[in-house]
Design a protein. Structure first.
Lengths: 246, 572
């Protein structure tokens, strides 16, 4: 019997040479049922065409590097199994809504700025000294923010967000979820500093609640919920009298 | 090429836990200091992200520094430097609390304090954890915290091709900006290497694609020693095929290791510790079970069972949720109902850049911390959960030491840097991008190196295998000189990066082979079939490898520093 193969159609784009992206097709051996799309790309790079460019590292769904559009859906390529697509060809493209640097590599500098803009660190009026030990935190208090701390910054939510696609000024799902992660941490007192950022013109109010961000999240984070709850927080802020704002 | 280049007081290479902790420690020690950070990936992609089980610290009542120190030293098979261990165990609790203040979502006890769990080789519960994604949470916590310091300036996705050394002093690096293909000199009064491990020299490893020994290789080429490179840790429980790590916390929480007869076979090997024995001994036990016909046969080789079914869904979902997710995603099993197939897998490098307790190497201005360094903490076998704490304690130590040192050092002059940069850019262009001829496929050489390392520098070693490995690596090095890379673009050329990484990996693999061949005893993770016993008379010593012009390194030996605990037989 002939060796089983699968066809990968990958976006190619080298700004030094190409006016626009195009597709290139590779037929590769599909020798193991455990193979994922990332394995197929690595096979191509090692044995067929070393110039195919993409990011990857942990290949266990935690480093967040290998997000791509796979047959039009936002996925981590390390977690997309060839067996779920075979015998049809698999279309592999860079994540939607981002500028392309090269082939499957997107430019995510915009997110890095947005991440910083929401002040993703613990803000306190007074620091407690290290010598006095840890803050006590109950499991219920952790449950209040835990899921939002699971974000791996993989950018799948941005690639699925129709609002971000139209207006990349929108702060976007992951950044707002992370703002909520800190706002709801019992150790944090920085909500007042973060609210103006998520309540401004490009903050939560842009969201039209399509909810695709939560659908594509590989880590079970629900950014759509974070955005809706933050809308409530920001509106309360304008209702509550000045002196009581926190 | 102009003489404009970025210049810092301290330049940190690597944006994982050790590098980020060093950066924050440096600016907290002296807020006027300017810190640069070069990382070949965005910091949150660093391999710290894959650490699962936890970070060790003697925090609980009833625990003591002395107990943590003794466990670590015994775990190291007495190759740890005891003064380093003693300093480490005192600082680890402070660092875990510091992480808590920065927002790390540690799992908690009912009273709200940080939880701890049992771990291999530890005599009490001292492994603090954030479910089973401890490294992920620590990395994101410390990275996000680093964003609040304007003094820390990052160069993300830049690859260091060499250290700049002038008059025996390290004064910066040459870095390739991956996005543009531009070569930059980045100067600093001190450089801290925090580039992580080298697991990718092996085929079967838990390590991510980025773990290619970069910092060790550039330091070695600059004249620094690499210490105890024969000491490579194999974790008992990797998933077959992918090598994905199944955390030791699975056993810490009560999971069983079973052979094909359904026996908890560790009763034959570590009867008093069972599943909580140290990694080196359990990995050897598993290989022995395979050899005796007690393994399962699968499509990806032999394996054993790791069984958590008796723990129940509640415990699994609360304490091991990521393991359940990994089982579902990558094996197609539910660990609540099915045993997990596992086999030993390369996981960690005890060896690394020879540094003192402050992280300083023997080259002025060059420091190292975390997995790429060997400060003397782990000896011949690291205990699980000591490495995250090591990144914090010795990352911070290196950051502080460098901050104090740079106050005394003159700024770096720009004059020779220009020519060093030009020469380095020319070298890489001539060797890779503009190479005429060339025939070998790089990926083929990489795969052969990885197979050779798996076969001959694995859990068990012997003279014949290691001798063959030394020779084969030399041949692979010659073949590497004739490679042809497919990609000549300037923009995000990952083919070039892979070639530079393979160059580094061949370099560090050579030190592993040579150091392992010369250590004619069995100690910790270094198990020689032809020398099955520990030999304290001859080898209670660190191996330090130095680069020579020939194919083999020069090996020096240095006595282990023993303060409190005299070496004894290591039984569990």
């Amino acid at each position: 019997m002939a060796e089983k193969t699968i066809t990968i159609q990958a976006t190619r784009f080298d700004p030094d040479k190409d006016a626009r992206p195009h597709l290139q097709s590779y037929e590769i051996p599909f020798i193991d049922e455990s193979m994922v799309v990332l394995d197929a790309l690595n096979y191509i790079k090692t044995h067929v065409d070393g110039s195919l460019s993409y990011r990857w590292s942990c290949r266990m769904g935690i480093c967040g590097s290998c997000g791509m559009m796979i047959n039009g859906q936002s996925k981590l390529s390390c977690s997309a199994f060839l067996r779920d697509y075979w015998p049809k060809p698999i279309l592999v493209e860079p994540l939607n809504n981002f500028p392309i640097i090269r082939d499957l590599v997107i430019d995510m500098e915009d997110f890095m700025h947005k991440l910083k803009s929401i002040k993703p660190w613990i803000i306190r009026k007074t620091e407690i000294p290290l010598g006095s030990g840890e803050h006590r935190q109950t499991n219920a208090q952790i449950d209040d923010f835990r899921q939002f701390s699971e974000c791996i910054n993989c950018m799948l939510c941005y690639s699925a967000c129709p609002v971000y696609g139209l207006n990349n000024e929108f702060r976007g799902p992951a950044a707002i979820a992370l703002a909520r992660r800190y706002n709801h941490d019992s150790r944090d007192e920085g909500t007042k500093e973060r609210l103006p950022v998520i309540a401004d013109a490009e903050g939560v109010w842009e969201c039209s609640f399509v909810g695709e961000c939560s659908v594509v999240c590989p880590k079970g984070v629900d950014p759509a919920k974070a955005i809706q709850q933050s809308k409530l927080d920001t509106s309360l802020r304008f209702v509550v009298p000045f002196g009581n704002r926190e | 090429m102009g003489s404009e280049f970025a210049s810092y007081d301290i330049l940190i290479v690597g944006g994982g836990l050790a590098g980020l902790r060093a950066a924050i420690a440096a600016v907290e020690a002296n807020p006027k200091i300017k810190v640069g950070m070069v990382s070949k990936v965005y910091p949150m992609r660093s391999h710290t992200v894959s650490a699962e089980g936890g970070a060790a610290a003697a925090l609980r009542p009833g625990d003591s520094y002395e107990n943590h120190a003794f466990d670590t030293i015994k775990g190291s098979d007495y190759l740890a430097d005891q003064d380093v261990v003693e300093a480490f165990v005192r600082e680890a609790p402070v660092e875990v609390i510091q992480m808590e203040h920065w927002g790390c979502p540690w799992s908690r006890e009912p009273d709200g304090k940080i939880s701890a769990r049992p771990f291999g080789g530890m005599t009490t519960w001292r492994t603090c954890f954030a479910a089973d994604k401890t490294g992920f949470h620590m990395l994101h916590t410390v990275f996000q915290t680093s964003l609040k310091y304007p003094q820390i300036v990052r160069h993300d996705e830049a690859f260091v091709t060499k250290l700049l050394v002038e008059d025996s002093r390290c004064v910066g690096v040459v870095a390739l900006d991956i996005r543009t293909g531009r070569f930059d000199a980045i100067t600093a009064k001190a450089v801290i290497l925090a580039t992580g491990g080298l697991g990718r020299v092996y085929a079967f490893t838990t390590n991510g694609n980025i773990c290619t020994g970069d910092g060790m290789a550039v330091a070695y080429r600059a004249g620094a020693g690499l210490k105890d490179m024969e000491m490579v840790q194999f974790h008992p429980t990797g998933l077959p095929f992918t090598g994905i790590l199944i955390t030791e916390a699975v056993r810490g929480e009560g999971g069983y290791l079973l052979n094909n007869k359904g026996e908890r076979f560790l009763k034959k090997y570590v009867p008093n510790k069972m599943e909580l024995g140290p990694r080196d001994i359990i990995s050897r036990a598993m290989i022995t079970e395979f050899e005796e016909g007690h393994g399962f046969e699968g499509p990806h080789g032999k394996y054993l069972h790791l069984d958590v079914r008796h723990l129940g869904e509640d415990v699994i979902d609360r304490k091991l949720p990521f393991m359940r997710e990994l089982g579902r995603e990558f094996v197609g099993i539910d660990i609540v109902k099915d045993p997990i197939p596992v086999r030993p897998v390369q996981h960690y490098m005890m060896g690394g850049v020879d540094v003192d307790i402050t992280g300083a190497s023997q080259i002025e201005g060059l420091y190292a911390a975390g997995e790429c360094a060997n400060v003397g903490l782990n000896g011949a076998n690291r205990l699980g959960s000591n490495s995250l704490s090591e990144c914090l304690v010795f990352g911070a130590a290196a950051g502080r030491a460098a901050a104090h040192r740079v106050a005394e050092l003159q700024p770096v002059g720009s004059n020779p840097i220009d020519s060093l940069l030009r020469d380095e850019a020319k070298r890489i262009e001539a060797t890779y991008l503009n190479k005429k001829g060339g025939k070998e496929r790089m990926g083929v050489i990489r795969e052969e190196m990885q197979r050779e390392m798996d076969a001959n520098a694995g859990v068990f070693r012997n003279r014949d295998g290691l001798t063959k490995l030394v020779k084969d690596l030399a041949v692979l090095r010659e073949r590497f000189e004739t490679i042809k890379i497919d990609d000549t673009s300037r923009t995000f050329n990952t083919d070039l990066i892979s070639a530079l990484e393979l160059d580094y990996m061949l370099e560090v693999a050579g030190t592993i082979a040579a150091s392992a061949l010369a250590r004619e005893e069995s100690r910790g993770a270094h198990a020689r079939r032809d020398f099955p016993n520990r030999n304290d008379e001859k080898f209670l010593q660190h191996t330090v490898a130095f680069r020579t012009d020939g194919p083999a390194p020069r090996l020096d030996y240095r006595d282990v520093r023993i303060t409190t605990f005299q070496p004894q037989a290591r039984t569990y």
